[in-house]
Design a protein around this ligand. Structure first.
Ligand SMILES: Cc1cc2nc3c(=O)[nH]c(=O)nc-3n(C[C@H](O)[C@H](O)[C@H](O)COP(=O)(O)OP(=O)(O)OC[C@H]3O[C@@H](n4cnc5c(N)ncnc54)[C@H](O)[C@@H]3O)c2cc1C
Length: 433
């Protein structure tokens, strides 16, 4: 249950009781979106805001069933983990185009929350953390880059004891403090956006309606168990749950498991010791620890596992042990819930965005590689532009080649473990370790 259909911090604290019926008829729409996570819902809302309101979302389970309802809620800068991995594919001008949109996500999320009055507990304050000189050098470089993108935001590099002004852990020796990033209740954000799409813009959402068969052509045909959709365009937005439904895009991602937990509510004094700015944090290694405090004074702590890919038996105990490395003074706290889920990762850990060569009306987004909360808000604008007026960023992003990941279906754990080793080795070179 902790992985298949989990109770999470978000499901137990959500403020919406929002349910949509399943599809029980044959409908005709302009755009059909398969998948009701951030990618699907954000794109639907972006389209509606551009005047394309004849849009239907099909969700196999319920909104937020996937990564969008299981994540850490971190609102961070950028799209993709390292822009240098796509430099050779897009050239300097392409890189500049992506760099310019890459930092828009936090602003888009804050604007969305304000515009539709979504109770998503947004809190400013983010720390990117390091524990050696190499990482300090990289964080100093990032500080300059972030400052150039957002000159009005408090962004600073911290070292030594100053790190404790944002996070109460002796583990770290350096940090980038970014007060334009932060954290959010992702399920409330998702549900509030979905409600805006249906109730304000007249869009349609069907839950418990998996796409069972999809046929391409000038008209797309999607069959569900009790109905069907005919549409001019389709967007695949299934994240790690695509499960071979679209073979061309299936082959270039591999699922990697990440885990999350939430503590019991803690006294104010403990929360302020964990983080005086009540922020969100992650280290900059390839297999990160990431955590934040919540509005109810809980510690929401997550990790991308170990180098060797496996799912721990007692998730709560395993996670608690991991967090004690960073916060030994939390040994007596109770972990209320632990859960996890798959994240679809790409070879370059950059999201894949495009349309099928033979079927230009078939769009897809996948491969956030564990970093999708903020990027999905930016990429939804890119897809909505692509479906309407086109854009330079769309052309650049879709030009990035996708590499097939061999052995991903039959030897997933081995492939992922080898991938993590390679990432670790590369991390020494680029300063992430
Ligand atoms: C444990 C965990 C922690 C994470 N932490 C963070 C974090 O702190 N910060 C961050 O930026 N990112 C994080 N991520 C990643 C981030 O949550 C995802 O990248 C993002 O939510 C992906 O959104 P999505 O809409 O593309 O996919 P999803 O949210 O997974 O949605 C895909 C949806 O498609 C549906 N679907 C699948 N097949 C079909 C079908 N045939 N028909 C209809 N519907 C279908 C699924 O049911 C699912 O609801 C985390 C992920 C996990 C799993």
């Amino acid at each position: 249950m902790a992985l298949d259909n989990p109770s999470t911090y978000y499901t137990i604290t959500k403020k919406y009781d929002l349910h949509y019926s399943d599809l029980e008829e044959d409908i005709d729409v302009d755009v059909v979106i398969i998948g009701g996570g951030f990618t699907g819902v954000n794109t639907a809302l972006e389209l509606a805001e551009r005047g394309i309101k004849d849009v239907a979302i099909l969700e196999a389970n319920y909104l937020g069933f996937g990564g969008s309802g299981r994540n850490g809620g971190h609102v961070m800068a950028g799209i993709g983990h390292d822009l240098e991995t796509i430099q050779k594919d897009v050239g300097p001008e392409g890189l500049q185009a992506i760099f310019e949109v890459s930092d828009l996500g936090a602003r888009l999320i804050k604007e969305r929350i304000a515009k539709y009055n979504i109770p998503a507990d947004y809190q400013d304050g983010y720390g990117y953390l390091g524990f050696n000189k190499r990482q300090g050098k990289l964080l100093r470089q990032w500080t300059k880059e972030f400052q150039s993108l957002s000159p009005d935001v408090e962004i600073s590099y911290l070292e030594g004891r100053d790190v404790q002004s944002i996070v109460g852990s002796d583990f770290y020796t350096c940090a980038l403090k970014h007060m334009g990033n932060g954290h959010v209740h992702s399920l409330n954000l998702l549900l509030g956006s979905a409600q805006a799409f249906t109730d304000i813009h007249g869009g349609r959402i069907y839950e418990n309606s998996p796409a069972l068969e999809v046929r391409y052509g000038s008209k797309i045909f999607v069959r569900t168990a009790k109905g069907s959709v005919r549409a001019n365009k389709v967007l695949w937005a299934c994240g790690a749950f695509l499960d071979r439904m679209e073979p061309e895009i299936h082959k270039s991602t591999v699922n990697v498991y990440a885990f999350n937990s939430v503590s019991e509510p803690l006294p104010d004094s403990v929360i302020e010791r964990i983080s005086p700015i009540r922020g969100a944090f992650s280290d900059i290694t390839p297999i990160i620890d990431y955590y934040r405090v919540t509005r109810e004074n809980r510690l929401l702590y997550g990790t991308c596992g170990q180098v060797f890919e496996y799912v721990p038996g007692d998730l709560k105990k395993w996670i608690h042990k991991k967090l004690l490395r960073l916060f030994p003074y939390l040994k007596d706290i109770k972990i209320d819930l632990a859960w996890g889920g798959p994240m679809e990762c790409t070879f370059n850990r950059f999201p894949q965005v495009g349309s099928l060569v033979e079927h230009p009306n078939v769009f897809y987004v996948q491969g956030y590689s564990g970093f999708g909360v903020t990027p999905s808000h930016v990429i939804a604008t890119v897809i909505a532009d692509a479906m309407t007026i086109g854009s330079n960023v769309w052309d650049v992003m879709r030009s990035i080649p996708h590499r097939t990941i061999p052995g991903k279906d039959n030897f997933r754990s081995l492939v992922v473990s080898l991938g993590k080793v390679a990432l670790h080795l590369n991390a020494y070179r680029i300063g992430r370790r």
